[in-house]
Design a protein around this ligand. Structure first.
Ligand SMILES: Cc1cc2nc3c(=O)[nH]c(=O)nc-3n(C[C@H](O)[C@H](O)[C@H](O)COP(=O)(O)OP(=O)(O)OC[C@H]3O[C@@H](n4cnc5c(N)ncnc54)[C@H](O)[C@@H]3O)c2cc1C
Length: 435
């Protein structure tokens, strides 16, 4: 897979940073003695790793194009979620170990010591508030709680993380043994935070309005594709400069009175043109359902392109496997991928099938094959995407590159069937519509 080097390189860089953090503690620690000393030392290490981890978490979500392109937005989101659990655990362990270590050294108990720390050191008080805020963010991000919240509620509560980072920053220099007297360490630590803050500001705050002005995107028209699905045509200037590829997605913001405050990811459903882009949206909730009412001329802001779900032009035959609205990026890839291509399009009912005439026309023009696998599981008596079906519909599937996009249940079954049919995992390119 073309992007395979990226994730490993990024993980190696993150691990190297963590080792440098441990070296910083080693460098600043002359002696560790007694239970209090060991607890305090452990607390310092945990705190340094947490201070580093929190900034890595922000970096992963900064939407930096080379990182997004090399690693993929869905993988970054998964790392961020997993890393978030580690970091909140590190912070909590840091609080416990430091307080306990100080209590042992002061011959008191941890409760009395925590009261003393909070009242005597204003920076510790601010860091404690930050810890509580982060615990709150961790709580709303727990799967069971998140499922009950609106996406936007969960998303905007996440912004408290930035406040927490700002509140906790000063206690590191005021009270952290590694920084109290070491100006060089302070310089590098502040630089790390400053660079990440600058990247977030640039890519999340400055670039979107700059691109908005540069490309002047507006809705050009809406086409009904099915009872629950519409295509939105968006016109603009200098769209080649976006260097978007079929299969990629943008985060779209439609500047109407009701919708401007939220941006949602939608894949390009046709190869990007000189002055027009197309997305195709199935109503899944308030925002996507409202898009069918958009008026031509509505201004649009698009952040991107993002995503690693693009043709890798390996020269091998390709199988495109779409489930439901997962057809959108595959429709764009289908029209542009070179070589022998087979498209299998899985849908529950014929009403859910979109682009049928477009797909048939593309297949005819380029000598490709399309198979529509339509019906519910009970109609088929079993899941129709099995190793046997794949071998029948795409003979030689084990030698193909596979591009897969669909709802999580369908893609899970499809990966199992593809693996059983002999397709190596590294040749299965997969897009997820869920972060
Ligand atoms: C990379 C990617 C590409 C996508 N491409 C398409 C496409 O081409 N066509 C299409 O119809 N759908 C696509 N989706 C799905 C689409 O983004 C969601 O259906 C839409 O955001 C739902 O918003 P809502 O307010 O209508 O529904 P809600 O009821 O608010 O959300 C339904 C579900 O959509 C997800 N979601 C909601 N808001 C967001 C958001 N801002 N960012 C990320 N996920 C969100 C959540 O998992 C949520 O549970 C894509 C999603 C991703 C991640």
């Amino acid at each position: 897979m073309a992007a395979a080097v990226g994730p490993r390189a990024l993980l190696a860089a993150i691990a190297a940073g963590a080792i440098a953090v441990l070296a910083l503690w080693w460098h600043s620690t002359l002696l560790v003695s007694g239970a209090g000393g060991w607890l305090t030392g452990a607390g310092e290490i945990l705190g340094l790793l947490a201070g580093y981890g929190v900034i890595v978490l922000v970096l992963l979500m900064a939407r930096i194009p080379p990182i997004e392109r090399a690693v993929g937005a869905d993988r970054l989101a998964r790392w961020h979620a997993m890393g978030g659990r580690y970091v909140i655990s590190l912070i909590t362990a840091h609080v416990i170990a430091i307080t306990w270590g100080y209590a042992v050294n002061a011959h008191t108990n941890p409760i009395t010591e925590s009261g003393a720390l909070i009242t005597a050191y204003p920076d510790v008080l601010m860091a404690t508030v930050a810890w509580v805020l982060l615990l709150g963010v961790a709580y709303v991000s727990a799967r069971a709680v998140r499922r009950r919240l609106r996406y936007e509620t969960w998303y905007y509560l996440h912004f408290y993380t930035y406040l927490a980072i700002a509140l906790a920053f000063s206690h590191q220099f005021a009270d952290g043994a590694a920084f109290v007297t070491d100006i060089t360490a302070r310089f590098w630590w502040s630089s790390l935070y400053a660079v990440v803050a600058a990247l977030v500001l640039w890519y999340r705050i400055v670039v979107p309005p700059r691109d908005y002005v540069r490309h002047g995107l507006r809705v050009a028209g809406i086409r009904q594709e099915g009872p629950r699905t519409v295509s939105i045509y968006i016109k603009g200037n200098r769209l080649r400069e976006l260097r978007a590829e079929p299969g990629q997605f943008f985060r779209w913001r439609f500047l109407t009175r009701d919708l401007w405050w939220q941006s949602h990811p939608f894949s390009l459903s046709a190869a990007p043109g000189e002055d027009v882009l197309r997305i195709t949206v199935r109503d899944a909730g308030d925002f996507s359902a409202a898009l069918r009412q958009l008026k031509p001329g509505t201004r649009v802001s698009a952040e991107g392109p993002f995503g690693t779900f693009v043709a890798d032009h390996s020269g091998r035959p390709a199988l495109l496997l779409a489930g439901g609205v997962g057809i959108t990026p595959l429709r764009a890839i289908f029209a542009t991928l070179t070589g022998k291509v087979t498209l299998i399009y899985r849908a529950s009912t014929w009403q859910d099938v979109v682009f049928q005439s477009e797909l048939d026309a593309i297949a005819e023009a380029r000598g490709a094959t399309v198979h529509y696998v339509v019906g519910t599981r009970s109609d088929f008596g079993a899941d129709p995407i099995s190793a046997k079906t794949l071998r029948e519909l795409a003979p030689g599937v084990q030698r193909m590159d596979v591009y897969l996009c669909g709802p999580p249940g369908m893609t899970g079954t499809a990966v199992a069937a593809l693996t059983e049919a002999g397709v190596p995992r590294r040749r299965i390119h997969r897009e997820s519509f869920e972060f």
